[in-house]
Design a protein around this ligand. Sequence first.
Ligand SMILES: *Cc1c(COP(=O)(O)O)cnc(C)c1O
Length: 245
Amino acid sequence: MSNTQSPSIPERLFKIKAAIRAAQTSEHQNNAVKLLAVSKTCPVTAVQAAFEAGQIDFGENYATEGVDKIATFNAQLPENNAIWHFIGPIQSNKTRPIAAHFDWVHTVERAKIADRLNEQRPANMSPLNVLIQVNISSETNKSGCTADEALDLALHIITLPHLKLRGLMCIPAAIDADIDLSLQRAPFEATAALHAMIKKNLPVINQDDFDTLSMGMSGDFTIAIAAGATIVRVGSAIFGERTVK
Ligand SMILES: *Cc1c(COP(=O)(O)O)cnc(C)c1O
């Protein structure tokens, strides 16, 4: 029998959630792993289909596209409980709309951007949840601070009242999945170790909030979970291959 129709968004979500549960080893069984649906370049109708299937957290990479999508989504579904995460590189002239429309930012890599997000977070909103992006594979021309810079940046962010420091995010260097995908575990484990080190060095009152490791995408999220990820960012495995950007 042939069935050439590709699976629907709810079917894909169901499969990914099963894979997430299966990847939660006993070592990390207490981590509630959150699935972030990366909806960049997808139409609002795709976001709605995922939301109706129970998906709450959505990730966007581009400020203008993300803000437009959030506005359209909210106009069609007022008082929804969707949570929006900004996961793209941040230009300093885009911090204001990001601070005003998103609930989380995963890609803070320097103090200046943190300061702007803090100043521009509207006073009537709860503090913006932020993650420090770490360039864990030390790739040139890639986003993220170095592992050595992360503690100082964390100690700066905790002084900013309109930000809540939640943890770290990484995008390891791409590896050839045909060779050995398990090699990807090393950078994820390095990020988890850095997270533990920073947590120990934060003032006690900031330690409980520092509970998040955002790592793993469609191709490697089960490996990231085995290394301790608490948020996996999955795009194409939910919404299909992107044709643009
Ligand atoms: C696009 C993107 C993802 C999702 O990638 P897929 O391979 O489609 O799952 C995750 N994280 C970031 C930062 C991205 O830009």
